[in-house]
Design a protein around this ligand. Structure first.
Ligand SMILES: CC(C)(COP(=O)(O)OP(=O)(O)OC[C@H]1O[C@@H](n2cnc3c(N)ncnc32)[C@H](O)[C@@H]1OP(=O)(O)O)[C@@H](O)C(=O)NCCC(=O)NCCS
Length: 240
């Protein structure tokens, strides 16, 4: 199924019609992702600290997301279903940053280093730093030099009102079809261990787990586990 601008939600065989996300969809897409991620354990860990200042974290997250979506849209790397019921953002393999990428990511980096630390609470900063160290290490060890040549499934969400209708899996299948056409590997970072079965059913296998909170004095729950998952069709035979 290739993404097009058809507004119908399903095809004759009732599979969802996937279309490109458009700039005009951005506000709705941000609201949809925020709603979908409301109960995400990783978002909860980063955002809902006991010393959180107002809703700065949430605001910054939304702005970041809008910028990332806009950059993905201009490169045709963001897809949706129907009236933005679900959304997927990806990065193809072997990408070289163009001038706009450099500008966008440069601006985000500067903002993250200068403004964000003023807005975040002590615990939020510590948890952000924990994520940076642990995720970079897991990516280095697990993907290493392969990362550049792999496709990245950067974002996936379905609005809570529309979950369970096959939109999420249809979006992922469109992505993996695109990857397979080019003959490559793909990876993602799952922020919710409960999604493992969903991603397994689409061919992604957990290769590394990143526990958050295991040494955080202000976190009293079990570690929040993120999973680095890889889809490698050559491993398919050994999965079944
Ligand atoms: C994960 C998510 C994107 C799935 O999207 P969706 O549109 O509901 O998925 P689908 O309807 O295509 O589901 C396909 C199948 O996976 C199952 N499934 C969906 N989410 C699941 C989950 N969290 N755990 C186990 N199975 C799940 C569905 O029951 C369905 O199974 P079936 O075909 O046997 O009925 C959606 O639940 C979501 O947005 N969750 C919140 C945000 C999130 O976790 N995003 C991913 C961050 S890594």
């Amino acid at each position: 199924m290739s993404p097009d601008l058809d507004r119908k939600e399903t095809t004759m065989d009732h599979s969802p019609v996937i279309r490109k996300l458009r700039f005009v969809d951005i506000p709705k897409a941000v609201r949809m992702i925020v709603a979908a991620m409301e109960n995400d354990p990783t978002i909860h860990y980063f955002r809902d600290t006991s010393d959180a200042k107002a809703d700065y974290w949430q605001k910054k997250w939304k702005y970041n997301m809008a910028i990332i979506l806009a950059n993905a849209i201009r490169k045709d790397e963001a897809w949706t279903v129907g009236d933005v019921y679900a959304c997927l953002v990806f990065e193809p393999a072997d990408q070289t940053e163009d001038i706009l990428d450099k500008l966008v990511y440069g601006m985000l980096r500067i903002f993250n280093r200068t403004v964000a630390p003023q807005l975040y609470s002590r615990q939020q900063k510590r948890r952000g730093a924990e994520w940076k160290v642990k995720s970079e290490e897991a990516i280095r060890v697990t993907l290493g030099g392969r990362k550049r040549s792999m496709w990245y499934l950067a974002e996936l969400a379905t609005h809570p009102d529309h979950q369970g209708h096959g939109f999420g899996s249809a979006l992922v299948r469109s992505f993996t079809e695109r990857v397979d056409k080019h003959g490559g590997l793909s990876w993602l970072m799952s922020s919710n261990i409960e999604n493992t079965a969903f991603y397994n059913s689409l061919g992604f296998i957990t290769k590394a787990e990143i526990p958050l909170g295991d040494s955080d004095p202000d976190w009293h729950g079990p570690p929040v586990v993120n999973s680095l998952m890889i889809r490698d069709v050559s491993e398919k035979e050994t999965l079944v």
